[in-house]
Design a protein around this ligand. Structure first.
Ligand code: SF4
Length: 347
């Protein structure tokens, strides 16, 4: 059976000059991002490393202010600079460093190579143009297609993201769709140019639980079908459990734990991850109070010395206030930045 996607892909000439080697799409190495403000320098990202392969889903998890969205924006190249400054690191896409690439060349990677779905579909869509027109614009602008062909492609994409009666609704405006349907339209726009990497930044936060699950399953389907590398940015472990292959947990601009999704859920190796897991409602603990992590994430202008998590950590000892723990392997495929990772893992 030929799917809409297969039809669309065959209609779209492969023009990418970027080719992954051994499936490796993205390498983020020692990335640092600061925000220079009148009040001081906020160190938003403090040496982040990860990679992403074709067909792989990486969830980046953390509370608000952990640096997960700034990481995504740095990869997309959409940080406001200034106040943002990138004092170090590399973001290599198919081996080429996006941070040193001429802006014109980099601009052309946004959409056809790396694309992004944002949290708030209503403010991301233009309220004065029909949704079909907005999707079709991607094809007109980037593929030089005429009006009727690009609209036809927009309808196919709307069908692919399961918008009911897509042919009729192609002329409808964003406010005429529900939140879930608007997010599907954003996804259609994000995948229109067959990106190799799709970043979804809290794509379901504004939606109810049932719609959240539908959107996550749509993203998973599209990712498998197109073998995209998918980065899911989330504060909610529960949302990404069924979708992600591996998880990087961020705190105060650093990755503090990295593991396959199954291992991390079964046995966290960092107190922060443990706290996040304990704060997820579980059916087998009905009626019991959830254990939220006490305290607040640090002010990024005054990150605590030693381990940034120490003021909130129930495992903290003197060494935690003095020495910053590095992200080290604690078991096969498991990394944790904690002086007591072994105890946490086996405790
Ligand atoms: Fe807690 Fe210390 Fe581990 Fe940091 S290093 S997470 S403070 S036990």
């Amino acid at each position: 059976m030929t799917t809409d996607t297969q039809t669309r892909k065959s209609e779209t000439p492969a023009t990418s000059q970027y080719k992954p080697v051994d499936g490796l799409l993205l390498e983020v190495e020692d990335l640092r991002v600061e925000f220079h403000t009148e009040d001081g320098v906020a160190k938003a990202i403090n040496g982040v490393n990860f990679d992403l392969h074709e067909g792989e889903t990486l969830a980046i998890l953390g509370e608000s202010g952990s640096g997960k969205s700034v990481t995504a924006q740095a990869i997309m190249g959409i940080l406001d600079m200034p106040p943002a400054v990138i004092p170090g690191g590399q973001i290599r896409y198919c081996g080429q460093d996006l941070l040193t690439m001429p802006e014109e060349q980099r601009r052309k990677t946004r959409g056809p190579e790396i694309s992004m779905v944002f949290q708030d579909a209503l403010s991301s869509l233009n309220p004065v143009f029909p949704v079909g027109w907005q999707i079709a614009e991607m094809f007109r602008k980037h593929r030089g297609m005429n009006k009727s062909d690009s609209l036809e492609r927009a309808v196919k994409l709307m069908q692919r993201v399961q918008i009911p009666a897509a042919k009729e609704r192609v002329k409808a405006y964003p406010h005429q769709f529900s939140g879930g349907m608007r997010q599907r339209i954003m996804i259609a726009m994000a995948i229109a140019l067959d990106p190799a990497v799709l970043i979804a930044d809290e794509p379901t936060t504004a939606l109810d639980v049932t719609v959240q699950a539908q959107i996550m399953s749509l993203l998973q389907e599209l990712q498998e079908e197109r073998q995209m590398g998918l980065i899911l940015i989330t504060h909610d472990l529960g949302v990404v459990a069924d979708v992600a292959d591996k998880i990087a947990v961020m705190y105060a601009g650093r990755i503090v734990e990295r593991a396959d999704v199954f291992d991390l859920y079964r046995q966290p190796a960092h107190p922060y991850t443990k706290g996040l897991l304990e704060s997820i409602p579980r059916l087998d603990q009905k009626g019991q109070q959830l254990a939220a992590i006490g305290g607040l994430p640090p002010n990024l202008m005054r990150i605590p010395a030693g381990c940034a998590f120490n003021p909130r950590c129930r495992y903290a000892q003197d060494i935690c206030r003095e020495e910053r723990p590095e992200l080290l392997t604690v078991a096969p495929g498991r990394e944790s930045a904690c002086h007591f990772a072994e105890e946490v893992l086996h405790g």
